[in-house]
Design a protein around this ligand. Structure first.
Ligand code: NAD
Ligand code: UD1
Length: 344
């Protein structure tokens, strides 16, 4: 019998790539999404790419217990859940913290309550490397203290703690994956990251400059204490991240006792903004115009994590390099200049 997995937020950037990987591995899926930041077209394309019909879909909000119960009841019993649904923009979380606490924490609470009700206690949760705050010692290890400095990261820390309490009180198997910076797209160019409006993040901004949709990249800060003065992050290919979810889920299904795993998911190698710009130019042959502007409030000089624990426990490590992230991200942007939308 194939395992059946509920994916909340499965139409989003990371969720759609993970759904594709799981379908290719023979899982049955049900996706719950309210399309707050995504399009149903992503799921159509996942079906088209995999040729699989084992994907059910429930449109609804993860904060709505009835909607979550509908997802649990729309096919056979659910064996495990991957919880992507949530909000992720740091600036927005500062401007509207209540919305972040509601969607990210309350949404996770409602989901966990429905899981309890259905006696499904296997969960992979999307956490983030920003839970480490503004660290000064690198690389980051999972046992280092968390020190979230904005509501987005605070909500993620709170959910990690709530899930920890569940693992201690009942027979739950939980993995909190602290992602570094996922970028790129499926190599087909059919699914990818589809930010609404002006992208906040570096990678989609670069691909939009390459396509002529934006005139130049504004590099936030030139005076960080890094090798070239620009900020350093650990960028990983979204397909590597999607595969990390499938091996994590496999690991939890094998677990014989209550379990809470917290894992850094990154390459372990930091790249500066200028490294990424030049890497993109090399990989695609396209020039990227840029200018230096003021630092962006809330940015840290550097985030670089050690992914050794994921390698030791799951046997997972990132396989794709910057050139592939750039080529695949560019293929997606070129084929879909307006993302999943047909009109600007
Ligand atoms: P995304 O916005 O593309 O995907 C999130 C999905 O959740 C979207 O499809 C959205 O419509 C859905 N959603 C939002 N609120 C919902 C609600 N109340 N009910 C049901 N569905 C809802 O984002 P992503 O980049 O795929 O990120 C997925 C998860 O990973 C998020 O929880 C995010 O915080 C976390 N994360 C992302 C990054 C990153 O750089 N992309 C880094 C670290 C952690
Ligand atoms: C940001 C969020 C992080 C979130 C992640 C994914 C902040 C402070 N952090 O991470 O919590 O999990 O997005 O949504 O918002 N840069 C430019 N010009 C740009 C865009 C970015 O120079 O137009 C630089 C940034 O200063 C940074 C690097 O590029 O040094 C990466 O930025 P970004 O892609 O936004 O990722 P994070 O800041 O790591």
């Amino acid at each position: 019998m194939p395992r059946r997995v509920l994916i909340t937020g499965g139409a989003g950037f990371i969720g759609s790539h993970t759904a594709l990987v799981l379908l290719e591995q023979g899982y049955e899926l049900v996706v719950l999404d309210n399309f707050d930041n995504s399009s149903p077209e992503a799921l159509e394309r996942v079906k088209e790419l995999t040729g699989s019909n084992s994907l059910d879909f429930v449109e609804g909000d993860v904060r709505d217990l009835d909607a979550v119960n509908r997802a649990f009841d729309c096919g056979g019993p659910i064996d495990g859940v991957i919880h992507f649904a949530g909000l992720k923009a740091v600036g927005e979380s500062v401007a509207d913290p209540l919305r972040y606490w509601d969607v990210n924490l309350n949404g996770s609470r409602v989901l966990a309550a429905a899981m309890e009700q259905h006696q499904c206690r296997t969960l992979v949760f999307s956490s983030t490397s920003t839970v480490y705050g503004e660290p000064e010692v690198f690389p980051l290890h999972e046992q280092m203290p968390t020190a979230p400095v904005h509501p987005y990261a605070q909500t993620k820390c709170a959910v990690e703690q709530m899930l920890g309490a569940l693992c201690r009180s009942r027979d739950w198997r939980v993995a909190c994956l602290r992602y570094f910076n996922p970028v790129g797209a499926h190599p087909s160019g059919r699914i990818g990251e589809d930010p609404l409006g002006i992208p906040n993040n570096l990678f989609p901004f670069i691909t939009q400059v390459a396509s002529g949709r934006r005139d130049k990249l504004r590099i936030f800060g030139q005076d960080y204490p890094t090798h070239d003065g620009t900020g350093i992050r650990d960028y990983l290919h979204v397909m590597d991240l999607a595969e990390a979810h499938s091996v994590t889920l496999g690991h939890l299904f094998q677990a014989t006792a209550p379990h809470q795993l917290t894992l850094n998911i990154g390459t372990g190698y930091g790249l500066s903004v200028l490294d990424v710009v030049h890497g993109f130019e090399q990989a695609t042959g396209l020039p990227i115009a840029y200018e230096f502007v003021e630092r962006r409030p809330g940015d840290v000089p550097k985030l670089e994590g050690c992914p050794q624990k994921a390698k030791d426990i799951l046997g997972w490590s990132a396989q794709r390099d910057l050139a592939q992230m750039c080529r695949d991200g560019w293929a997606w942007q070129q084929a879909n200049p307006m993302g999943y939308r047909t009109n600007p």
